[in-house]
Design a protein around this ligand. Structure first.
Ligand code: HGY
Ligand code: MN
Ligand code: MN
Length: 413
């Protein structure tokens, strides 16, 4: 029996990225493939068409997650899952998320080529709305699948144009009428996600594969500042309740409060909406996002708990409300999965580096329901959530080789 890793084809895997990147391709060479969008529907259609020769069964669930299943010898055994997401940021790259899904498909191709039917089924999954860009918060599909959140809480979330997750899930299901809907959540034997590092370490240290030790904690908030519309020319400054000015005071105040000389705490405001958003009208309302991350859960908890009080103080005389959208503490992946990934890489002659993930991933929620782990590959300059995101065919293939052998071990030869 030849190990599946020997059948991974770097050129084929690379080509599958270029092909998938056509869906939502941007002029600058990235992708804008928002969750549940036409572009994501087209990308899913491509995955179904591109894997028809492998005889995989496609499934979806009420949360809009998308599965491609390779049967095992024991059809009823809980499957091993691999995958990631194919939705992207508005100015996203061609590899963030897509790599995990395409490497999973390449691993199944390699298993087929080695003539092995594992004991357990293996399923490649594309989770719904990992990025949380069109609909906040992110990771809705994997959170609902793992029972970490109620799907009902996500259905009424709307995008900037007022379209809801529920409406778009119904549209997605209509677009794939012939893809069976499975009950949400199922027993899973193990989960391994391949992903680009979205940081510079592997490239700097000269490694093509990273064994991910864990994921840092992340809390997200929505801050709403309410003021009063007024004429920009006639309203005295002293009487104004300027929501945009107050929002900038809050953002500056929090940025000072969260300045970390060790640059470990990450505080980001990536989105702000202003109403009525007119040059000659004092803003009545400003709504902005907060993304707060830290590897130390106690620190993340205490800093995140300060946000509401500080925002109300900095926002006076406007009224301020703070709503927490997601709260996930740091996690460590189980040592046995990390050892398996490292061991299989060594068997193939690939040196690995152990490193934590500063970015969030769906593996966070699978970690709550089954033994989970992640395989990282380098991306150029660590750049991600940027259209310039790039990787090399050889690194992508190395990660897929390790993934293929690890999946076989987990699924049982
Ligand atoms: O935001 C994150 O960490 C992930 O890349 N969506
Ligand atoms: Mn990602
Ligand atoms: Mn991302």
């Amino acid at each position: 029996m030849t190990r599946p890793s020997t059948h991974v084809d770097a050129a084929r895997l690379w080509q599958s990225h270029l092909s998938l990147a056509r869906h939502g391709a941007t002029a600058a060479g990235g992708v804008n493939r928002q969750a549940l969008s036409d572009e994501e529907i087209a990308a899913r259609r491509e995955l179904i068409a591109a894997t028809r020769d492998l005889g995989l069964a496609a499934f979806t669930d009420a949360a809009g997650n998308f599965f491609l299943r390779m049967d095992g010898r024991e059809a009823d055994a809980p499957p091993v899952l691999t995958g990631s997401h194919i939705d992207s940021q508005p100015t996203g790259g061609r590899f963030d998320g897509a790599y995990g899904v395409l490497a999973g498909i390449e691993a199944i191709r390699a298993l087929r080529a080695s003539g092995i039917t594992p004991r357990r089924p293996i399923e490649v999954v594309a989770w719904m709305n990992e990025e949380g860009s069109r609909f906040a918060p992110g990771m809705m599909g994997s959170a609902a699948f793992a029972g970490a959140a109620e799907l009902s809480a996500f259905l009424t979330v709307t995008d900037a144009s007022g379209v809801s997750v529920g409406d778009e899930l119904a549209r997605m299901q209509k677009a794939f009428r012939d893809v069976p809907l499975r009950p949400l959540g199922q027993p899973v034997a193990a989960y391994v996600e391949a992903h680009i590092e979205q940081g510079p370490l592997l490239e700097q240290e000269g490694f093509s594969v990273g064994v991910v030790t864990g994921i840092q904690g992340k809390r997200t908030f929505r801050v709403t500042v309410s003021g009063e519309e007024a004429h920009a020319g006639t309203t005295p400054l002293r009487g104004r309740r300027d929501a945009l000015l107050a929002a900038t005071a809050i953002i500056q105040g929090l940025s000072r409060a969260f300045t970390d000389p060790d640059d470990i705490l990450k505080f980001t405001v990536g989105r702000i909406e202003v109403q009525p958003n007119a040059p000659s009208v004092v803003a009545a309302r400003a709504v902005f996002s907060i993304d707060l991350r830290h590897p130390d859960s106690a620190r993340l908890r205490s800093l995140g708990d300060d946000i509401a009080g500080l925002s109300i103080d900095y926002g006076r005389p406007c009224e301020v409300t703070v709503r927490e959208l997601s709260c996930a503490m740091s996690l460590e992946f189980p040592q046995p999965i990390r050892d398996l990934i490292r061991g299989r890489a060594t068997d193939i002659g690939i040196r690995t580096l152990d490193l934590p993930s500063a970015a969030g991933h769906d593996a966070r929620f699978l970690h709550g329901v089954c033994p989970s782990g992640m395989i990282f590959v380098p991306c150029k300059g660590g750049i991600s959530h940027n259209e310039a995101e790039s990787a090399t065919a050889s690194d992508l293939a190395d990660g897929a080789r390790v993934l293929a052998d690890v999946l076989l071990d987990l699924a049982g030869n």
